[in-house]
Design a protein around this ligand. Sequence first.
Ligand code: SF4
Length: 319
Amino acid sequence: MKSSQKNNKKKWANLYGPVPSRRLGFSLGVDFIPFKTCSLDSIYCQLGHVPDKIVTRKDYIPASEILSQIKEKIDSGARIDYITFSGSGEPTLNSEIGKLIRGIKQITKIPVAVLTNSTLLQHNEVRTALSAADLVVPSLDAVTQDVFEKINRPHPSLQISDIIIGLKKFRQEFKGKIWIEVLLVKGINDSPLHLKKLKTVLEELQPDRVQLNSVVRPPAESFARPLLLDELEKIRDFIGGRCEIIATFDKTAQNLIQKSEKESILSMIQRRPMTLADLASSLGLHRNEVMKHLQFLDEKGDIRLIRHKGSVYYEPAKK
Ligand code: SF4
């Protein structure tokens, strides 16, 4: 890697991308919490098992530090359609999130999106913190406590009924768009009874969109299996209204802008199978950015994943 590239990676340590996102076009990712800082331990989590779930908010990284990185990134002239809070866990656990969103609004008109697991929306201060965002994408995989515990393995203090009340309050108060994401795992949250209850809650919540997803990245648990497209289509038709299956991003655009990174990944794993963490540190890229490349290579059939002693490794597909 050239030294100027290395300096840029360091300068923008809490940012990744802009990466082509399936939903948001070219999205500049903001990751400002320590790796695996989350209130849940979802069975499908791409970060792996979350050993210490937390619900207490903290100023992990000051807003001012991230704001200067975002400003420099915008000034570099990169195409950015959205500034998106997501990354290594639950972004609302950083108590600086409201200050940072308001700070971004003072320096740019680029819309701000927040991807959240919804667990903290029951707190007034969290709903207020997100009020300046343009788009919030809260997850809602379960509407009953038993399914919630099976799929999201929450912090013991969390009750799905409180989370749904928090979502309803947020819907009433928030002026921006809300797209609820439901991630479906085979045999876990896709029973007709659970889907019926989910549909009722979604009708009460009235989000701008409902987006159905399934397990597309290596999950924390190998038993977290995806649904087939025709199964997702039936569920989309059942939920109706503003429900859609998240479509795959235009691969041509992705291929054009990230060719060199993909070639680097392929040449590295040709030497030896590597984990996501190995690849991120060797390439000097954020894990989420490497994950997007791996997903693309997987869809093309260029790589395959193998599990060994609890870790997921990537290697070239045998052709
Ligand atoms: S909410 Fe997101 S980061 Fe947290 S465990 Fe679930 S998938 Fe992983």
